[in-house]
Design a protein around this ligand. Structure first.
Ligand code: FAD
Length: 499
């Protein structure tokens, strides 16, 4: 008799979502988390009276999250006070002529028409194109397994209109956008978002070009910080008996006869379970916690071939003034081509650029309780990467913080430098050490076309029976809604195959 029905490795969003859903199925579930905190990349911490988000700083596309809470017998709205961010975002231009995108398809169309009438006409076509694509993909791609060709056929059978969008997968994000828009200022509002998938517009698969449309379905921030999302999953799961152990790093998955039967912790203790669910990077899981001797030759080559996704540094800044921004979410203006150039010239060469594209999140615009009276919180993501050509992140961290605050003070947040009360940074190396994200990879594995759906590590392991994957490493990939959706996909598979 095993100690538990299910052990989940990691209390990230995928692990908590799976853990809660499996507990609701009546299973005895234990989550083992190596750190002292839930949420992994989607969490929050406090310093000097400010509450900062560790990584994820906004939520878009909430339908998959609503589906999970519904399956848990409650609603997302009952569990989390989601604040709708209006306007959707501002695009910060170096000459100060910023553009603020309203939370309204019509008003956004009018804004685009006022900048470039021809592009304004095509906005309506873009909206029609994306609305149907979002409709067919949200209930299939984000909610169903994609482990095999049969799974893909089941998706098409469930939603035949998907076929119409298959050719879009063969186009890039940039090609889809440029099919509709030509004006540089309009494209400057849509280039950066490709990095939400961890790659430049030339390499992100076409369907994700619907982001400037899906942003209009809502951008949300949970009152109390991003940690409210994992906290709600844990709270609801605990009502069904879900258990969690902190400071419990798993060092090995125990395999017998090609079946996962338990885990070994770093302190040497062992816990047995009938099913193991992994929410950690799939390369770490298969190559370190399991060992490639358990993999078929093809799987070994496959898992080794995945590239880690992009890494970013994150600045946590507490200020004692109201930042002169208009939106919760602010992007430095960049056309798709600007982002490509940044990628080829910096990410690919390891040459850090202190004055490049990036994002400023202003959570206290939505929730004042995150900072002391009269103060504000800013989360700044200046683009960056793990491998520096001739430096080490630890050695440059202080200079990096200083230079980025200088740069963002110049035009993005004028006055910032004079009002800093607290400034810290998680570099890609810090993320690797604290969250065990190999190479600081924020979406686990790269998300190009060769690592999507059936090409991503399977939710139900093909090599080890009783082993399931959730989180950014598996379909539908990285991001808050996708990783929560992966928990639903895995729990449904476990219900089918593990009774
Ligand atoms: C800087 C940054 C900004 C982001 N911004 C956004 C955003 O604005 N919106 C958005 O949608 N997404 C964003 N993301 C992505 C999103 O946060 C992640 O894709 C998602 O939260 C990952 O969830 P996960 O389930 O894959 O697990 P993770 O968050 O990776 O959590 C895995 C957990 O496993 C634990 N663990 C690791 N190894 C072990 C072990 N051996 N034993 C036990 N426990 C272990 C870790 O401590 C961690 O808690 C961002 C990510 C980062 C880092």
């Amino acid at each position: 008799m095993a100690d538990y029905d299910v052990i989940v490795i990691g209390a990230g969003l995928g692990g908590l979502s799976a853990g809660a859903l499996l507990s609701a199925q009546g299973r005895k579930v234990l989550i083992l988390e190596q750190s002292a905190r839930i949420g992994g990349c989607c969490s929050s911490f406090e310093r000097d009276g400010f509450r900062f988000d560790v990584g994820a700083s906004i939520v878009e596309i909430i339908k998959p999250i609503e589906d999970v809470f519904k399956k848990l017998g409650t609603t997302l709205q009952a569990e989390i006070d989601l604040i709708s961010c209006d306007p959707v975002m501002s695009v910060l231009r170096k000459d100060g002529s910023n553009l603020t995108i309203p939370f309204s398809l019509e008003k956004t169309g009018a804004l685009i028409r006022s900048i470039a009438p021809e592009d304004g006409k095509r906005w309506d076509d873009f909206v029609d194109f994306c609305a149907e694509m979002a409709d067919v993909s949200l209930e299939t791609f984000f909610g169903m397994p994609a482990d095999s060709m049969l799974d893909m056929l089941k998706m098409v059978n469930h939603q035949p209109r998907l076929v119409k969008y298959l050719p879009v997968f063969l186009s890039s994000y940039q090609q889809i956008l440029e099919r509709f828009f030509k004006d540089e200022r309009v494209l400057q509002c849509m280039g950066y978002q490709s990095l939400y998938f961890g790659l430049p517009p030339a390499l992100v698969p076409g369907p994700y070009a619907m982001i400037p449309y899906t942003e209009q379905m809502g951008i949300y921030y949970p009152r109390g910080g991003m940690i409210q999302i994992p906290a709600a999953l844990l709270r609801v799961g605990e009502k069904f008996g879900l258990q969690i152990k902190y400071n419990s790093p798993v060092s090995r998955v125990i395999i017998r006869d090609h079946r996962a039967v338990g885990v070994q912790l770093e302190d040497g203790s062992e816990i047995s379970a009938s099913v193991i669910v992994s929410d950690i990077n799939a390369k770490t899981l298969y190559l370190k916690l399991i060992g490639d001797e358990y993999l078929s030759r093809l799987s070994r080559k496959g898992i080794q071939s995945y590239a880690y996704s992009k890494a970013v540094p994150m600045l946590y800044v507490g200020v004692d003034f109201e930042p002169p921004l208009e939106s919760h979410h602010n992007l430095i203006a960049a056309t798709p081509e600007d982002i490509n150039q940044y990628w080829w010239n910096h990410v690919e060469t390891g040459q850090l650029d202190y004055e490049t594209v990036g994002l400023v999140c202003w959570p206290t615009r939505s929730d004042a309780s995150l900072a002391p009276q009269g103060c504000h919180v800013l989360n700044i993501i200046p683009e960056g990467f793990y491998h520096l050509a001739d430096k080490n992140w630890d050695a440059i961290k202080d200079t990096f913080i200083e230079k980025e605050i200088d740069y963002y003070s110049k035009f993005a947040v004028p006055g910032l430098k004079e009002h800093v009360r607290f400034a810290e940074c998680s570099t890609p190396l810090d993320f690797e050490r604290q969250l065990r994200l190999p190479q600081g990879a924020i979406y686990a594995l790269q998300q190009d076309i060769a690592a999507q759906a059936i090409f991503r590590p399977a939710a139900r392991s093909k090599n080890i029976r009783g082993l399931y994957l959730v989180g950014a490493s598996t379909h539908p990939g990285g991001g808050v809604p996708s990783t929560i959706a992966s928990g639903l996909i895995a729990s449904n598979l476990i219900q089918t195959f593990e009774n």
